[in-house]
Design a protein around this ligand. Structure first.
Ligand code: SAM
Length: 403
């Protein structure tokens, strides 16, 4: 075919599908603008429908009566909605009386140093729930050495947490803004994870990714193990790695249950954080004395602590909900504000293995606060497990390829 006829053909194709050939200035110019200015722009993707989230919160606050935190509730992720909650969280993370987060953040560098050698390739980094971003900054600092083109994708349900955390990473690491993508998304929903995977495949192709779920975030979900295995099953390909951090207890007994409740209960900033969604989205007059902690040993694998708001006034209260309707909050009824756990020594073993996860290494840290509680934090690095014939097992690998 002559040059002339090739040109004619391509012009005809352009005429038929102009949008395939003209790149939108939104997509093509913004990366340059982000890298050229110091102004605090952040380019992000928003998947969450905030109105839908408020409807879920409203429905959860209408649930049945329970004296024990099993009726009305604020589900995980909703505790961080809104600027007040994000600020309250950042304050709690710096509180000496709330060691789970303060010591977890401050000891992170050391624990990460012990296992980072297990990451043997250049990775991109996807953080599920970045919080205040301080741990992500530590990880990215190292990943950047091995991969100067590292990209950082921060996934969080709360726009305000994303802003808070990612901004800090940008400031500390001087990572080009065009290599950072905040994604506002509820990662506990399987359909959302499928879309996230599609996005990552389009951006990174077969380049390896390090995923993380840090700060004992998995412990906040009712079906914690189900959530972890859903994430691993849908995201993790053989070349990827998954970094998970949990709070631990060396023993599961009544004394540890008491100490765990005491530990979460003594920090005023933590109480302020747990009540901030209720304060922001309802007209309840918050009385900190009505924040109650109930602990128990859960199936010989963890200490489960429910942080609940209980109506201890002795009479019924009417509470206005986000949709401006009101609901009865009778005496003794409760609203579960947060769920958390400390995992025992054998909490994960077979469950994770049976669900296709293989642990490559871990790094432990015992809290320093002389109470003899035997509590600590564990950082674990996983890869996709192997099948009976020794092949790397990855549900995600097949699904990624089919899409
Ligand atoms: C316990 S904090 C951990 C923060 C940080 N990774 C750390 O270790 O310091 C949990 C983080 O996950 C986010 N999060 C909780 N549930 C979520 C959900 N269902 N979907 C998306 N983000 C969620 C919160 O907004 C918050 O940023």
């Amino acid at each position: 075919m002559s040059n002339r006829s090739t040109r004619t053909l391509s012009r005809a194709a352009e005429a038929e599908e102009p949008e395939r050939w003209e790149r939108s200035p939104v997509a093509s110019r913004i990366p340059d603008i982000l890298d050229e200015t110091d102004f605090g722009w952040l380019l992000g993707l928003t998947a969450e429908d905030q109105a839908g989230k408020l409807a879920t919160l409203t429905a959860d606050l209408r649930r049945h009566h329970s004296d024990d935190g099993d009726g009305k509730r604020i589900a995980s992720g909703f505790s961080y909605l809104g600027a007040e909650s994000a600020i309250a969280w950042a304050n709690a993370c710096r509180d000496y009386l709330y060691p789970v987060m303060k010591q977890s953040i401050e000891s992170f560098d050391l624990r990460w140093t012990r296992i980072r050698h297990l990451l043997d390739q250049p990775y991109h980094y996807v953080s599920l729930g970045p919080g205040d971003g301080r741990k992500d900054a530590v990880i990215l600092h190292d990943l950047k050495q091995a991969n100067p083109s590292v990209c950082y994708v921060a996934v969080d349900m709360s726009a305000e947490m994303l802003r808070l955390g990612v901004q800090d990473v940008v400031r500390q690491l001087k990572l080009p803004r065009s290599r950072i993508l905040p994604v506002q998304l509820d990662f506990s929903v399987a359909a959302n994870i499928i879309e996230l995977r599609r996005l990552l495949r389009t951006m990174f192709g077969s380049e390896p990714i390090l995923f993380s779920l840090l700060g004992n975030t998995m412990a906040n979900f009712e079906d914690d193990l189900g959530m972890l295995t859903m994430l691993a099953g849908k995201l993790l390909r053989p070349e990827d790695r998954f970094l998970v951090e949990v709070a631990t207890t060396r023993r599961l007994d009544d004394e540890r249950v008491r100490l765990a409740c005491e530990e979460y209960g003594r920090s005023r900033t933590f109480r302020e954080f747990t009540t901030s969604t209720l304060m922001h989205y309802t007209d309840l007059q918050i009385d900190m004395d009505n924040v109650v902690l109930r602990g128990s040993v859960e199936q010989d694998r963890s200490i489960l602590v429910k942080i609940i708001y209980q109506n201890l006034t002795g009479h019924e209260i009417r509470m206005t909900l986000p949709d401006r309707t009101s609901v009865s909050f009778p005496a003794e009824d409760t609203i579960r504000l947060l769920l958390t756990r400390k995992y025992g020594p054998d909490a994960f073993g077979s469950v994770l293995h049976d669900n296709g996860l293989r642990e490559l290494g871990d790094s432990h840290f015992d809290f320093i606060h002389g109470s003899g509680s035997e509590f600590g934090m564990e950082l674990m690095l996983f890869e996709a497990g192997q099948d009976g014939e020794g092949r790397r097992r990855s549900i995600a690998e097949n699904v990624w390829q089919k899409e």
